[in-house]
Design a protein around this ligand. Structure first.
Ligand code: ADP
Ligand code: MG
Length: 418
């Protein structure tokens, strides 16, 4: 066995490994490949086609019957990770290279066609597997396919099976597959981990908000403290006392409003980023607001379809609480509040529509600006918190509003990867 592992075997493995690294290097640095599966598959085809040609051009060993090399490893990897179409193009590359370098052999075509069909059929199952199961499946698949096509070749072409054929075509490729799939999965995991970290960093923006908000609450408290101290002054006329008390009460109300706009859902351990179902979370927020809507004779219409996104549940709830509260406050004389969620391609789209007072173009422009409020006792913090949260969760907000007709907010989030 030892004699079979030589320089050429290592060279073949090296071609494949380098191609895998090249693939991930380009994939990692080109946003376009992450957005469009077709681009990713084209890259995968190129990066697996190359080692197929190299393995054939510099094979391990050649005898009269066949050329021994590891071309089936990049071929199977491409088909498993890219699917049937990638596999088919790789098959064409393989057959073209074979014809150009060594001449066409119809048995080669049959062998790799069989491999392609079986592997393409297994690809969806493979994708759904856990990492360890992927490893064992790729090993067994490679082994059984090698045995199967060998039997086929024996039946069809009376193919002579030699020692080196058994080693290079049946025994070594599964081990090579194990090695390559392991490396691919490790690289993939590292990339996923890093993009998760970026998301968590974005959420930190929102955490910083918390710090600035607590500062906001301190201001009214300082005012309250001052006026209560003034109340201790002896022989203060009653009307002055009443005025001081009123100022203190107003400031306390302001502090309360700020807390409501930011901290309704805050919990000590609220930095966690997880997969959340928008329909379930929106349902909870709507339930919280139902009494308030009822009091203003507002009808709530819900069209909530399931959709999963990645984010922090508390911030998500706070964000939509603030937006929905504004919609309800925009309809002091009643109206309809329509809230919907639906899946659209790679996005989850949430819309909030009210039939309220609406906003002028200038107000729409200032939406989300801190302390911008058209209400007597407004904080101007609700929309700021909501906008910041949407940004942190990589969402987009679109506003359509007409004065005295109403406002429609459309919020688009990237769908959570399944
Ligand atoms: P507040 O509600 O305390 O005024 P917000 O930051 O929540 O502060 O809202 C800022 C301003 O944006 C509001 O005062 C209002 O003028 C405007 N606004 C937000 N949502 C709506 C809406 N659905 N309809 C009309 N105006 C809105
Ligand atoms: Mg508000």
């Amino acid at each position: 066995m030892g004699a079979y592992i030589n320089q050429h075997v290592l060279n073949n493995l090296f071609y494949i490994l380098v191609s895998v690294f090249v693939f991930y290097f380009i994939y990692d640095h080109g946003e376009i490949f992450k957005k469009r599966t077709s681009y990713r598959n084209a890259l995968l085809t190129a990066c697996m086609g190359f080692p197929i040609i190299l393995c054939m051009k510099f094979p391990i060993y050649i005898d009269e019957q066949c050329v021994h090399d590891f071309r089936q490893i990049p071929f199977l990897i491409g088909t498993l990770y890219g699917g049937g179409i990638v596999g088919f193009i790789l098959l064409l590359i393989l057959l073209a290279a074979r014809s150009l370098i060594y001449g066409f052999e119809y048995i080669t075509a049959i062998v790799y066609m069989t491999m392609l069909i079986a592997t393409a059929l297994m690809a969806p199952t493979f994708h759904a597997l856990k990492r360890s199961n992927k490893l064992s499946m790729s090993v067994w698949l490679t082994f059984f396919l090698a045995v199967l096509v060998t039997l086929l070749a024996i039946i069809i072409a009376d193919f002579p099976v030699t020692h080196s054929y058994i080693v290079y075509f049946i025994l070594l490729p599964p081990i090579g597959m194990l090695f390559i799939v392991y490396i691919i999965e490790t690289l993939k995991e590292a990339m996923i981990m890093r993009s998760k970290l970026v998301k968590i960093e974005k959420m930190e923006v929102v955490s910083q908000l918390a710090a600035s908000i607590s500062h906001e609450i301190r201001n009214p408290l300082t005012v309250v403290k001052g006026f209560i101290q003034l109340l201790k002054t002896p022989s203060l006329p009653q009307n002055t006392k009443d005025r001081y008390i009123q100022i203190a009460l107003d400031e306390i109300n302001r502090a309360e409003a700020i807390i409501n706009d930011y901290l309704t859902f805050a919990k000590p351990t609220s930095d966690k980023v997880e997969c959340l179902m928008v329909n379930e979370e929106l349902q909870k927020v709507v339930q919280m607001l139902a009494p308030m809507a009822h009091m203003n004779s507002i009808e709530i219409v819900k069209k909530l379809e399931p959709g999963a996104i990645v984010g922090n549940i508390q911030y998500f709830q706070q964000c939509f609480l603030n937006l929905l509260k504004n919609s309800i406050e925009a309809m002091p004389n009643g109206g309809t509040l329509t809230i919907s969620s639906r899946l659209h391609g790679n996005h989850v789209i949430i819309t909030i529509k009210d039939t309220g007072v609406g906003m002028t173009a200038e107000q729409v422009n200032r939406f989300g600006e801190p302390y911008f409020s058209t209400k007597d006792k407004g904080t101007g913090l609700g929309t700021m918190v909501a906008v910041k949260t949407i940004q942190a969760m990589q969402g987009k907000l679109h506003i359509e509003s007409e004065v005295n007709k109403g406002t429609t907010l459309t919020i688009t989030f990237p769908k959570a990867a399944d």
